[in-house]
Design a protein around this ligand. Structure first.
Ligand SMILES: NC(=O)c1ccc[n+]([C@@H]2O[C@H](COP(=O)([O-])OP(=O)(O)OC[C@H]3O[C@@H](n4cnc5c(N)ncnc54)[C@H](O)[C@@H]3O)[C@@H](O)[C@H]2O)c1
Length: 254
């Protein structure tokens, strides 16, 4: 028996980066992982990697920004007897632009995926976790849940809101045995970061200079924190924002 044997974990945006590593970590701890992504190829890639490592996973293609798709997804879990008792709200996109050039489409896309998605998924998961007597939700925030940056208004606003959503749900659902926490990564070596650097919207050398540990995080290091917050040993932790950032948010200096 592994620590999460018998548990069912939905990870959104699990086809890449932090979501993929979190899915692998949860499967390694014994959970059946419900791998969600908008990219079928990416989701299947994660399921294959989990199977090759000896774990169990199924893929589900849906956009978390679509409330009807999320409702149908959870109805499918019900029909399969796989209602999740762990939810990792990971799917997220960046939307870097000077605010005076920020389009309605950029704003709505980032709010839709980064903020509405966790709300839709948490509401559906919360109903089932309450009925089952408990569960664990981990929201993937960011250092921008805690501190601010220019030219990232939509991203920072959604990540700050995720921090507050974490605390509100933790208070409201504690009586149902549902714990809600947030992991707030600093800059991580992932597709999202590489795309920002490749398109000139992020100066990676400057980022590494500013991090006290002088390196980007690895997606597996974020997954370790996610796993901890899903395990029984973190049973007394709820409503917490755990920064995993190499010291970025502690740094008030250069
Ligand atoms: N990479 C970083 O430096 C960093 C830092 C802090 C926080 N984060 C957060 O971590 C999370 C994951 O980031 P990442 O770097 O691993 O990104 P990534 O781009 O590597 O992976 C994101 C995944 O989400 C999927 N996705 C996008 N829209 C979706 C939707 N509507 N529904 C379902 N899936 C969708 C993508 O297809 C992709 O597989 C995001 O919430 C991000 O904001 C990342």
């Amino acid at each position: 028996m592994k620590i999460l044997s018998g548990r069912k974990a939905l990870v959104t945006g699990a086809g890449s980066g932090i979501g993929r590593e979190s899915a692998l970590a949860l499967a390694g701890a014994g959970a059946l992982v419900l791998v969600n992504d908008v990219s079928e190829t990416a989701a299947h890639g994660t399921c294959t990697a989990i199977a090759e490592a000896g774990g169990k996973a199924h893929s589900y293609i849906a956009s978390v920004a679509d409330p009807d798709a999320v409702r149908l997804l959870f109805e499918q879990f019900d029909a399969e007897g796989n209602a999740p008792d762990i939810l990792v709200n990971n799917a997220g996109v960046s939307g870097n632009a000077p605010t005076l050039e920020l389009t309605d489409a950029n704003w709505m896309r980032v709010i839709g995926i980064n903020l509405n998605g966790p709300f839709y998924c948490s509401r559906e998961a919360g109903l089932r976790m309450r009925a089952a007597g408990g569960g664990a939700i981990v929201n993937i925030g960011s250092i921008y849940s805690v501190v601010a940056a220019p030219q990232r208004l939509s991203y920072c606003t959604t990540k700050a809101a995720i921090g507050m959503m974490t605390k509100c749900l933790a208070l409201e659902w504690a009586e149902f045995g549902i714990r809600v926490n947030c992991v707030a990564p600093g800059y991580v070596d992932s597709a999202l970061t590489r795309e920002l650097a490749a398109t000139g919207r992020l100066d990676l050398a400057a980022v590494e200079r500013r991090i006290p540990q002088h390196r980007l995080g690895q997606a597996s290091e974020i997954a370790d924190a996610v796993l901890y917050l899903c395990e029984p040993r973190s049973m007394h932790i709820t409503g917490h924002i755990l920064t995993v950032d190499g010291g970025w948010t502690a740094n008030g200096y250069l």
